[in-house]
Design a protein around this ligand. Structure first.
Ligand code: RP5
Length: 165
């Protein structure tokens, strides 16, 4: 029997210093009541644990992994190389280079090893993208995503109305 509380999405990051950016992914998943887990799995400081996490994720029941890292941001790509699950990469901006280093490290994957890269610090969209992946196989979740999109539309429409008034 499937445990309804078992995590469906893994949110991992290279360091706890990434959390202020990455917590927006957790927030998005929580809004849609998608169970998730959070951990630090550094590609460079704990490579063996990182490989083990990626290799075990599918068998543990995860459906997607959101991986955030900054600088020489190899975590999303390395995870994608050892798991069949979809991996969403979040470039975390650090003190220098405005996050361009993180973005380039994550987005330029070789053919055959995809990482769905969101914008620099785009952790909320990473969470929402994971919800959409799950919603493709979950009509109830898809309905809530449609409602969410309608709400975005209503908010944007209201802003236009205010400007025109
Ligand atoms: C990366 O190094 C992490 O993802 C983090 O963005 C960056 C800095 O880590 P700390 O030195 O703050 O632990 O691997």
């Amino acid at each position: 029997m499937t445990n309804p509380e078992a995590p469906l999405v893994g949110i991992v990051m290279g360091s706890d210093s990434d959390w202020p950016v990455m917590e927006a992914a957790a927030q998005a998943l929580a809004e849609f009541e998608v169970p998730f887990e959070v951990d630090v799995v550094s590609a460079h400081r704990m490579p063996r644990e990182m490989v083990a996490y990626g290799e075990q994720a599918h068998a543990r029941g995860l459906k997607a992994i959101i991986a955030g890292a900054g600088g020489a941001a190899h975590l999303p790509g390395m995870l994608a190389s050892v798991t069949p699950l979809p991996v969403i990469g979040v470039p975390v901006p650090l003190k220098y280079l405005d996050g361009m280093d993180s973005l380039m490290s994550i987005v330029q994957m070789p053919a055959g090893v995809p990482v769905a890269t969101v914008s620099i610090a785009g952790a909320r969209n990473a969470g929402l993208l994971a919800v959409r992946m799950l919603a493709a196989f979950d009509p109830e979740l898809a309905e809530r995503m449609v409602d969410f999109q309608a709400e975005l539309n209503a908010q944007a429409t209201e802003k236009g109305k205010k400007l025109r008034a």
